[in-house]
Design a protein around this ligand. Structure first.
Ligand code: PLP
Length: 382
């Protein structure tokens, strides 16, 4: 019996023919209900809702999970990226290399820091940043490159770091979709100069609201991020503001929820991997999953395929009650907000955007559900 045929929690399996959700968060949370109830009762009794022991404990646990020295909880993943860039001294006049195939937040954070995003194309196999394209886009203004671990995959940081060290760039990981993913056995969050994580509810490690974290071995950087995120405060004196900072903090309630969910993350990711394996074994030959680098272990945040006719595929999925998504239909350099920083066509990202389709994937997805998705896609390609 495959892990997919064992219930993930106390929720009974859906009846045959029931809709297949794109992401099943209620199923994930149902099994954690007693632990979650205890966590918020503890926070309510403690009375410290911003900062305090719940946040300290989660930060320590998440740094250890990633194999990094430090973690600072912040308000969301976009802030985490911006705070890393600002903390590294990157701002107006600087350029930051951003893969065109990413969630728009990667580019927003660069703008929020005051720097200019320079979009680069992705590799046709993994749809992750192409190190050669990154190298070709470097100018004397380039300060950093964003290693966006998209779909749960992990960027080949060896190649990217070689480009970065040749040109004196910081490698900043956007690990918002890759909690627990690895490259050569090292986890996302420990591969670059610093990493930004999101705990948006739909991510592999999701809060019950917004949340994010900066993870790094660089003590000075982490101290700066912590200050910037807390009104520029320095040390014990609450009324001494050494930096013109801002407010971007992780709530104690979200930290307590995340601390409940973190110990289940590896098992959840293993179930996601089993779902991905069955998709690969069962999908019709016309549907091509995005490749994972052989040295990477994906966190399988999304299961993304290329289909010959996306309108036909989504039509059949809709009629079959099967959820789907597209991540992302318009590459960043083609978005109205970012077009003006575009330096011309990026053919791989543009071609992929027109063909990709994300299939249902949750730790609770069953073999029966996967087989229904594959059968429906087989009908679409006939
Ligand atoms: C979700 C996400 C972000 C932003 O995280 P928020 O917590 O929503 O601000 C950044 N980059 C990528 C790749 C994401 O998927």
């Amino acid at each position: 019996m495959s892990v997919l045929d064992r219930p993930a929690g106390p929720v009974p399996p859906a009846p045959a023919g029931a809709p297949v959700p794109f992401l099943d968060l209620s199923g994930v949370h149902a099994g954690l209900r007693p632990e979650l109830d205890a966590a918020w009762a503890r926070v309510l009794a403690d009375g410290r809702f911003v900062g305090g022991p719940e946040v300290d404990a989660f930060e320590a646990a998440f740094a250890a999970f990633c194999g990094a020295r430090h973690c600072v909880g912040v308000a969301n993943g976009t802030d985490a990226l911006e705070l890393v860039l600002t903390g590294l001294g990157i701002g107006p006049g600087d350029e930051v290399l951003v893969p065109a195939n990413t969630f728009v937040a990667s580019a927003e954070a660069v703008r929020a820091a005051g720097a200019r995003p320079v979009f680069v194309d992705v590799r046709p196999d993994t749809l992750l940043i192409d190190p050669a394209a990154a190298a070709a886009a470097v100018t004397h203004r380039t300060a950093a490159v964003l290693a966006v671990h998209l779909f749960g995959q992990v960027v080949d940081v060896g190649e990217l770091s070689a480009v970065a060290s040749r040109h004196g760039l910081a490698v900043v990981e956007d690990a918002a979709q890759a909690h627990g993913g690895t490259f050569d056995g090292r986890r996302a969050g420990s591969l670059g100069h610093a990493a930004a994580f999101s705990f948006y509810p739909g991510k592999n490690l999701g809060a019950l609201g917004d949340g994010g974290a900066v993870v790094s071995d660089d003590t000075a950087l982490v101290d700066r991020v912590r200050r910037l995120a807390d009104h520029g405060r320095c040390g014990r004196d609450r009324h001494r503001h050494v930096l013109a900072g801002r407010n971007s903090r992780l709530d104690a309630l979200q930290a307590a929820v995340l601390a409940v969910k973190l110990p289940h993350l590896d098992a959840d990711n293993a179930r996601r991997a089993a779902v991905a394996r069955r998709y690969r074994e069962t999908l019709p030959g016309t549907v091509h999953p995005v490749a994972v680098h052989p040295s990477a272990r994906s966190a399988h945040h999304l299961f993304v395929v290329r289909v010959p006719d996306r309108a036909a595929a989504t039509g059949v999925l809709d009629r079959s009650g099967i959820g789907w998504g597209v991540h992302y239909p318009v590459p960043c350099h083609r978005q109205p907000a970012f077009r003006r920083w575009s330096r011309g066509p990026l053919p791989v990202a543009e071609d992929a955007a027109a063909r990709i389709l994300s299939l249902p994937l949750s730790p609770t997805t069953t073999s029966t559900q996967i087989d229904r998705v594959c059968t429906a896609l087989g009908r679409a390609s006939r």
